[in-house]
Design a protein around this ligand. Structure first.
Ligand code: BMA
Length: 255
């Protein structure tokens, strides 16, 4: 019961990595405030978690909605110990082919949301005198696939945001980023489905990891909960890869 009596906000908590983080927090005694635009799935995750979770419909790229949702969460559970900024979308394009709308969408959902949630959650952590912010970035903040210009930009900027928050709110508030490789989430599955044969990009993703598989969301959820725990009290300001060894091998060097 590592997280007993604590409360976590999880954005994008209705599916994928977010829902997995909610599951681990609740299992380990915490309350969870699930923020998401997907009402149906959000309610499902909250119901499964029982009394320890609430779902609040929130577009985390809109400041007024973020402010109101966090206040509602505090009304319910009394405090905020952790913020997990996980909401994200991926779109496929190079910069010359990216519309302004698409750029704004990816930046708003992935990056601006993390800024807005930190802006409105950190004051509650300051009241408690402690807290942890986890930004869910991507291994693509370090090495990048083709055709995902705005996504890579947003995920890389999250690492800068992480460092900035860590510096400005130390020593009592920690901030770290997690950088997953390919994880079996609805976002990634949607990406596969943009291909004529989804099995092809799926197999490419399997093959590019040293583990020869993609991750399950729960593996990243467990890592997020660990980073929030007191066991990780010396970890702040950094981005940690959880990526099945993606990108560590020089291509063609193993026969
Ligand atoms: C993630 C997503 C996935 C991708 C993985 C590894 O952030 O972009 O679609 O497979 O990075 O590149």
């Amino acid at each position: 019961m590592e997280h007993q009596g604590r409360t976590a906000i999880v954005t994008g908590g209705s599916k994928g990595i977010g829902a997995a983080a909610v599951e681990v927090f609740v299992r380990e005694g915490a309350n969870a405030i699930i923020l998401d635009v997907d009402e149906e799935k959000g309610h499902e995750v909250a119901e499964k978690a029982g009394k320890q979770a609430i779902f609040i419909k929130c577009d985390v790229s809109k400041e007024k909605e973020v402010e109101a949702a966090i206040a509602q969460g505090v009304d319910k559970f009394g405090q905020i110990n952790y913020l997990v900024s996980n909401a994200g979308v991926q779109r496929y394009s190079k910069v010359t082919e990216t519309s302004e709308e698409e750029w704004d969408l990816v930046m708003d959902v992935n990056l601006k949301s993390a800024f807005l949630c930190a802006k409105h959650a950190i004051p509650y952590m300051e009241k408690l005198g402690k807290g942890v912010v986890v930004n869910v970035s991507s291994v693509q903040a370090m090495i990048s696939q083709g055709n995902v210009g705005p996504y890579v930009t947003s995920k890389t900027a999250m690492v800068g945001l992480t460092r900035s928050i860590a510096v400005d709110y130390a020593p009592n508030i920690r901030c770290v980023a997690v950088c997953p490789g390919t994880v079996d989430t609805p976002m990634v599955r949607w990406g596969f489905e943009q291909s004529p044969d989804p099995e092809v990009p799926y197999q490419e993703c399997v093959d590019m990891h040293l583990t020869k598989r993609i991750a399950q969301p729960i593996e990243v959820g467990e890592f997020i909960a660990y980073l929030c725990s007191d066991k990780a009290a010396f970890m702040t300001g950094q981005a940690y890869r959880i990526d099945g060894g993606l990108g560590v091998m020089i291509p063609g060097s193993k026969r």
